[in-house]
Write a protein that binds this ligand. Sequence first.
Ligand SMILES: Nc1ncnc2c1ncn2[C@@H]1O[C@H](COP(=O)(O)OP(=O)(O)OP(=O)(O)O)[C@@H](O)[C@H]1O
Length: 254
Amino acid sequence: MNKPIVPEGFDPNANHAATAPAFLSVWNVEAYYGESYIVQNISFNVHEGEILALLGRNGAGKTSTLRTIARLDTPALKHGEIWLDHKPLHEMRSHEAAAAGIALVPEDRRIIPGLTVEENLQLAQIAPPRGWSIDRIYDLFPRLGERRKQEGVTLSGGEQQMLSIGRALCRDIKVLLLDEPYEGLAPVIVQEIAKTLNIIRDQGITTILVEQNAIAALKLADRAVILDTGSVVYDGSAQEVLENEALRAEYLAI
Ligand SMILES: Nc1ncnc2c1ncn2[C@@H]1O[C@H](COP(=O)(O)OP(=O)(O)OP(=O)(O)O)[C@@H](O)[C@H]1O
């Protein structure tokens, strides 16, 4: 098994509420589906306002890591700590993690059938604390504004992705967890979404981007963490991964 990569600044003996070294610190996290040990002692830091690309081959554990950070019931977190802005996510249930500012946009986008674009956004704003106004979401994604009265599930794949990101922004979030946002999208739509993710970063929101389209993710990201069979095998700059052919070939098969 790979030796775990330890992020800088984490003192295992410290009180991490005070000393967590980054805005989001994932420390020695182990998570299981039943008896299956899937997230295997993962540690990494995410700094406020950055985009982190979380990469790795199929089955490397990317989705499971995002689900663990969002504190969904599965996989079950059995060991480790996750700190968001000095708050212990590892002690929270998913609704508490959401209230603390974590927003997971899952791969299947979860647009609510029978509701228009605007109703999908309004529903996301029902419970405070509210985030962006619906007009601000339409400024970010003009296509959604043009289609505000259209049923959400009849949108194109790219528009549905915009709607699910827009829905996350309707709440007052600190960290956006995006699971394969580019899946099935044409390159021109990928570029359009990447542009909006840059704008979202400029607003101070921190993003973890899980993506099979590693090149597109690396071009956008500040840093990259690469997983292999549930463990971290690289933690460093996204640019370095783009430039390091051997690393890409070994862990990303590109
Ligand atoms: N609900 C589940 N029950 C049992 N095992 C699961 C479950 N979900 C995922 N796994 C297993 O956990 C491992 C990691 O899966 P995960 O979906 O996190 O990987 P991934 O890196 O996101 O892969 P992909 O890029 O294919 O989506 C895989 O071996 C997968 O089969």
